[in-house]
Design a protein around this ligand. Structure first.
Ligand SMILES: NC(=O)c1ccc[n+]([C@@H]2O[C@H](COP(=O)([O-])OP(=O)(O)OC[C@H]3O[C@@H](n4cnc5c(N)ncnc54)[C@H](O)[C@@H]3O)[C@@H](O)[C@H]2O)c1
Ligand SMILES: O=C(O)[C@@H](O)[C@@H](O)[C@H](O)[C@@H](O)CO
Length: 250
């Protein structure tokens, strides 16, 4: 393995299901050492096997991220059923356990014991406010949300959401790391329910449901409004840029 990879630092992935595996591949593609932990030890092996095959598959399909070979990227990924080992020397922890508050709080209590004063603890949560997640954490100034969009390997947006007590260093450093690994971060200035993507996504869905419910459009044609219309436009111009550039009054 290329020696320059060794100074990239280590990332800990806590919870290696769908999203944790995606994060592991993304961090490894940028040359980070990645350690996987899961409460189910068999899930760690499952995740490693899935990642190994997925990296090869992406390489063969020409969509592998980064400049390292699939073998080099997989060589950066290890796993352990011992949380302390997973977290040891990690500069960044990406928690990806189920969206169940009790489980997240239980995991943070355990992580609190082992994380250093410099480590960033980031949650993949889709909906919980960072203040609700971290209010009882010892290292709560080091806690932040980095919410990915499924599938994270191919959709680069990540929503960075701080709690009121998240330090500026953590906010800035998290955005730097996300950019460095090829994600496209947005940073919310304050926590808000649903963050940004899901607020917008569900506002659109709400109108879609109304139009179908009222018999104005079929479900298929509703989807076409997005896939053959707005979606094409929003794939390269955001809604505000679009309306700004549109002719006055249209
Ligand atoms: N699936 C999505 O579309 C999506 C998108 C964005 C964000 N998220 C968020 O990512 C997080 C993970 O979602 P997912 O879809 O990967 O779930 P998942 O069920 O695929 O994976 C969760 C993993 O966590 C493990 N786990 C359970 N309890 C644990 C514990 N106490 N300690 C360590 N590991 C534990 C499970 O064994 C499993 O492997 C959730 O917060 C979810 O809201 C999901
Ligand atoms: O579409 C997405 O990826 C996001 O909306 C997700 O974060 C979404 O919140 C669901 O997976 C909820 O778990």
């Amino acid at each position: 393995m290329a020696s320059h990879l060794s100074n990239k630092g280590k990332v800990a992935i806590v919870g290696c299901g769908l999203i944790g595996q995606a994060w592991a591949m993304i961090f490894a593609s940028a040359g980070y050492k990645v350690s996987l932990y899961d409460v189910l030890s068999e899930q760690i092996e499952n995740a490693k096997n899935t990642i190994q095959h997925t990296l090869q598959d992406y390489h063969q399909k020409g969509c592998l991220k980064g400049s390292l070979s699939p073998e080099e990227q997989f060589g950066l990924i290890s796993g352990t059923p011992v949380l302390r080992e997973c977290l040891e020397d990690a500069i960044f922890i990406q928690e990806s356990v189920p969206e169940i508050l009790q489980i997240k709080h239980q995991v943070y209590r355990a992580i609190d014991i082992f994380m250093s004063s410099n480590t960033i603890l980031s949650s993949s949560t889709s909906s919980f406010l960072p203040s609700v997640l971290s209010e009882h954490s010892t290292h709560r100034s080091q806690f932040i949300v980095a919410h990915p969009v499924n599938p994270p390997y191919f959709i680069p947006l990540v929503e960075i959401v701080p709690a009121a007590w998240t330090s500026e260093r953590v906010i800035t450093r998290t955005r730097e790391i996300m950019t460095e690994i090829g994600m496209k971060p947005v940073t919310l200035t304050t926590e808000i329910r649903g963050f940004a993507l899901n607020r917008i996504q569900f506002a659109v869905l709400n109108e879609c449901y109304h139009l179908v419910h009222d018999g104005v459009l079929s479900a298929k044609d509703i989807d076409r409004v997005m896939s053959e219309g707005l979606g094409l436009r929003y794939a390269f111009l955001g809604p505000l840029e679009t309306i700004h550039l549109n002719s006055a009054g249209k």
